[in-house]
Design a protein around this ligand. Structure first.
Ligand code: GLN
Length: 470
């Protein structure tokens, strides 16, 4: 009830696309009955959670914040949704995002931008500079980051205890950093993608947003494991992710990638990054500078691979099977074209066009195949560093704290998204686990996060280090 009333009170944040009040209340009633009988379905029994609106939910509209899927009601639950429900979690609703999860601000969905709850925090209100013309008004609210900004705002505003995002190039870690939360991108293959509407199949991973590392570990334990419906999931059984309350970090080797010290990095983030490294060192950990030499190719490489997979993935939205269909019926081709013109925003259409360009017969070798080779080099950089004895990498999550919406939209969102993901995208291309942990508030009173990157399938070790640090 408290969470539902907070959802109503914070409606102006635009965190939710659909609030599933009836579902949540019914589940809560059943959970209460179980509780009275001393029974429990599992660790999440009676716990309010929210999920990004690109996970299929049986009988509940799933839009991807796109005109294309408005009104689309999936007939099945994504595996991760089913796992949450099987544990007794209460589904509060479906959260807002950039259309089809393409973006890093949560400003580009058809339902409008998500507002960062920190825009209204006392710390920020007191510290922000007065406008040149008189009083501060409400127009300088801050973006949440994205594309899982609705999920981040939902947890940050206390409307639920955990939320699912998706992470293809940083979409869970980026909004977590901007909203003062823990944002976990598990190893590729640890958590099923069945029912997550794809952006880039070879990089997508369901992500977890929570207020502390222990909560993220608990949710991961519930979601992780083989799924016969996703052939890319691991076959080996997975143990629950229980984190020790005390960790001896003196045996750890922490790597600091020198290529991540980019000129665009804000001085505040840089100094917190250094302080964090010093903290590990003062506790006896070995902290060394390492090199990931192909980092500078990561953004362009991601771009070629992402848009190529997008071009292929988006072909299914043709006006016949799902969601929107236009009124034009002169020919099948005209219907396809008009449906897709009306259904997709310009970011999505732009990516489809770029992807089809890279996939043209004459360009395929030169772009797509080359990008795949570069992707391998980027992944190998990480392998080499971990083989040299590094346990975990420590990096910034984002270049700076979040910015006001009006500043964010000044730049073309394609450029913006490309810059913002500099510390996060390579991890997806390499399939590694990574987690953003809130570290401190900036001079402006806004949250800043740092990222830990672990060895593939060493999610437990990664979270253990993150918990020690938090
Ligand atoms: N910002 C990146 C993109 O737009 C990543 C998105 C994501 O992780 N879903 O492709």
């Amino acid at each position: 009830q408290k969470c539902l009333s907070l959802i109503k009170k914070t409606k102006f944040l635009n965190a939710y696309i659909t609030v599933t009040e009836e579902v949540a209340l019914k589940q809560a009633e059943e959970s209460e009955k179980r509780y009275a009988k001393g029974q429990s379905l599992g660790d999440l029994d009676g716990i309010p959670v929210a999920v990004k609106d690109n996970f299929s939910t049986s009988g509940i509209e799933t839009t991807c914040a796109s005109n294309m899927l408005k009104g689309y009601i999936p007939p099945y639950n994504a595996t991760v949704i089913q796992k949450l429900l099987d544990q007794g979690a209460l589904l509060m609703g479906k959260t807002n995002l950039d259309e089809f999860a393409m973006g890093s601000g949560s400003t580009d969905g058809v339902f409008g931008p998500v507002k960062n709850p920190w825009s209204y925090s006392k710390q920020y209100r007191e510290k922000r500079k007065p406008k040149p013309h008189g009083e501060n008004d409400d127009s300088d609210w801050l973006v949440t980051g994205g594309s899982s900004g609705g999920s981040a705002a939902a947890v940050s505003a206390f409307t639920c205890f955990a939320a699912l995002g998706s992470d293809t190039g940083g979409s869970t870690r980026n909004p977590a950093a901007h909203c003062g939360l823990v944002g976990l991108k598990p190893s590729y293959g640890l958590v099923s993608r069945h029912g997550l509407i794809p952006l880039v199949n070879s990089m997508d991973v369901p992500g977890i947003l929570t207020r502390c590392v222990d909560d993220a570990a608990m949710v991961l334990g519930i979601l992780a494991g083989h799924d016969p419906k996703d052939s890319t999931t691991i076959q080996d059984p997975v143990k629950p992710f229980l984190l020790p309350s005390w960790t001896d970090v003196s045996k750890l080797c922490i790597g600091i990638p020198k290529e991540y010290l980019v000129p665009e990095l804000s001085s505040e983030v840089q100094s917190l990054w250094t302080k964090a490294a010093d903290l590990f060192e003062s506790e006896g950990a070995k902290v060394i500078e390492v090199s990931l030499p192909h980092t500078s190719y990561s953004i362009v490489c991601y771009h070629v691979l992402c848009t190529s997979e997008v071009a292929s993935n988006m072909a299914r939205f043709d006006g016949l099977e799902y969601g929107h269909r236009c009124d034009i019926n002169v020919s099948t081709e005209a219907m396809y074209a008009a449906t897709r013109r009306e259904g997709f925003n310009d970011v999505v259409r732009g990516r489809i066009l770029s992807g089809n360009f890279f996939l043209l017969k004459k360009n395929y070798e030169n772009y797509f195949i080359k990008a795949q080779k570069v992707r391998r080099l980027i992944a190998n950089d990480f392998v080499n560093v971990f083989n040299s004895g590094v346990d975990v990498l420590l990096t910034p999550t984002t270049l700076s704290e979040t910015v006001p919406y009006l500043e964010f939209i000044k730049e073309d969102n394609r450029t913006r998204s490309a810059q913002d993901d500099i510390f996060t995208q390579a991890v997806n291309m390499a399939g590694l686990p990574a987690v953003s942990v809130p570290v401190a508030l900036s001079n402006q009173g806004l949250p800043i996060g740092l990222q830990f990157i672990g060895r593939v399938f060493c999610d437990q070790q990664l979270l253990t280090v993150a918990k020690w640090f938090e």
